[in-house]
Design a protein around this ligand. Structure first.
Ligand code: S3P
Length: 488
């Protein structure tokens, strides 16, 4: 006779989980019920929150945008591995990062905010996370999902993971392929999408892996898997991506080696089974978030906005280089370093922008900023040519398609290909007067609200609720500078 726990509806006449009463009706002997699949930690359903931006006067003032999202995820994760107490100042309290904190608690680590506003984690040591009894719900965040997949792939237990309607459309094979080579296995929906199960290995093998796409998430997932793998795990990248993982692992005492590899590539590697030592982390203001008030100030004449403590890791700051090439008046002052990351204050003034050709090799250093760059390009004089944008199609939405559709609805002339976009600016703000679809994408929503501060007619976004994933307080911060953004 078959193992009872493996009996199916065909063999028993009932679905898994049906009650004993029901079973008796079918006249089948009682049996040990199947373990129910754990339910997700949170089942957040956003009520759509339309927002409208109207042409505003000059933006003025000094503000600090919330903490860097990439660094916040990593600070919590590394704190959850480190021995001792890690204090994290300036953590982004956006929904994406709060989901990471909840997932780490479900994995047995401590991660809480203190009464003093400082977050504290108490870690479990490398390889010390515990099997979760809940589904890890990573919400809207590809970074959280992919980095945790890396970590969990070399913990010898099974975890279940899901995400919101945007995250479950995003490709995961880019991480599962190398992690399977290290010994983990995954059960994902067809085409490698979440929800799915991560079956960690107890016999991980180190790999040397050349990234087929420029992705810091994939690089980080492999390096994190390598922390609990004997020997040296190496990731080779031909296009350098953000290096927050490498910098922060060093800050926690791990010897991360970065060397030049063949053909000018970079090889980042770790030797497994070292321990992370708890360290304080100060999270800089997010350069991706700062780009929204920065572009808003640039496209409103006579604006003067200071953005304090912005992270300016050279692998993240490409948008500021591009904006300066467009004629933007942006000064960097008070340059300093915190926890291995460079930062500065930005002074941004209203500027007459001109279209430029953005070098495609700069894309990894500004990949999240193309939507807001499009808002700047729509107000600039002449064409702005953007190439090498294939990755934009697999972000929180297909950002290339969403930007093109929204810009056209606002009266902007453009041309688009599979991985390129040309925005034809006229030197004057476009007409606007459209309702733009945002497809659960925080950066699409914020980019069109920024554009709407300059357009002749207001711009409405169909749902601003996802802005909270990365930039809680966006509307209040912008309006405090003089923007006119309100509930639609
Ligand atoms: C991130 C890497 C980038 C970026 C994302 C955050 C990270 O994604 O778009 O917002 O924190 O490592 P990819 O690795 O997919 O390029």
């Amino acid at each position: 006779m078959k193992d009872r726990a493996c009996q199916t509806k065909e063999s028993t006449g009932r679905a898994p989980g049906e009650t004993a009463g029901r079973r008796r009706r079918y006249g089948v002997a009682p049996f040990t019920p199947l373990q129910p699949i754990p339910t997700p930690m949170s089942a957040k359903a956003n009520a759509p929150r339309p927002l409208t931006a109207r042409r505003s006067g000059p933006l003025t003032g000094t503000v600090r945008v919330p903490g860097d999202k990439s660094i916040s995820h990593r600070a919590l994760m590394f704190g959850a591995l480190a021995l001792g107490e890690t204090r994290i100042e300036g953590l982004l309290e956006g929904e994406d990062v709060l989901n990471t904190a909840a997932a780490l608690r479900a994995l047995g680590a401590e991660a809480e905010k203190g009464a003093d506003g400082v977050w504290r984690t108490r870690g479990r040591g490398v390889g010390g996370l515990a099997e979760p009894s809940q589904v890890l719900d990573m919400g809207n965040s590809g970074t959280a999902a992919r980095l945790l997949m890396g970590l969990l792939s070399t913990h010898p237990f099974t975890s279940f993971m899901t995400g919101d309607a945007s995250l479950v459309k995003r490709p995961m094979a880019r991480v599962t392929t190398p992690l399977e080579r290290m010994g983990a296995s995954f059960v994902l929906r067809s085409a490698g999408r979440l929800p799915g199960a991560i079956v960690g290995t107890d016999r991980p093998v180190p790999i040397e892996y050349r990234l087929p796409v420029a992705s810091a998430q994939v690089k980080s997932a492999i390096l994190l898997a390598g922390l609990n793998t004997p020997g040296r795990t190496t990731v080779i990248e031909t296009e350098p991506t953000r290096d927050h993982t490498e910098r922060m692992l060093r800050h926690f005492g791990i010897d991360v080696r970065v060397e030049e590899a063949e053909g000018g590539a970079l090889a980042a590697s770790v030797v497994g089974h070292g321990e992370l030592t708890a360290r304080d982390v100060v999270v800089p203001a997010d350069p991706s978030s700062a780009a929204f008030p920065a572009v808003a100030a640039l496209i409103r004449p006579d604006s003067a906005v200071t953005l304090t403590g912005v992270g300016l890791n050279p692998r993240r700051a490409g948008v500021y280089e591009t904006l300066r090439e467009m004629g933007a008046d942006i000064a960097f002052t008070n340059a300093r370093e915190e926890g291995g990351e460079p930062l500065a204050d930005l002074v941004v003034r209203g500027s007459a922008l001109k279209g430029v050709e953005v070098p495609p090799e700069r894309a990894p250093s500004m990949i999240d900023e193309y939507p807001v760059l499009c808002a700047a390009a729509a107000c600039a004089d002449g064409p702005t040519v953007m190439r090498g944008l294939a990755e934009l199609r697999v972000k929180e939405s297909d950002r290339l398609a969403m930007m093109a559709a929204g810009l056209e609805a606002c009266g902007v002339r453009l041309e688009m290909g599979e991985d390129w976009l040309v925005v034809h600016g006229t030197g004057r703000p476009p007409k606007g007067g459209a309702t733009v679809a945002t497809a659960m994408d925080h950066r699409i929503a914020m980019s069109f609200l920024v554009l709407g501060l300059a357009t002749e007619e207001p711009v409405k976004v169909d749902d601003g609720s996802f802005i909270d994933t990365s930039f809680p307080g966006f509307t209040a911060l912008m309006n405090g500078l003089g923007a006119e953004i309100g509930e639609a």
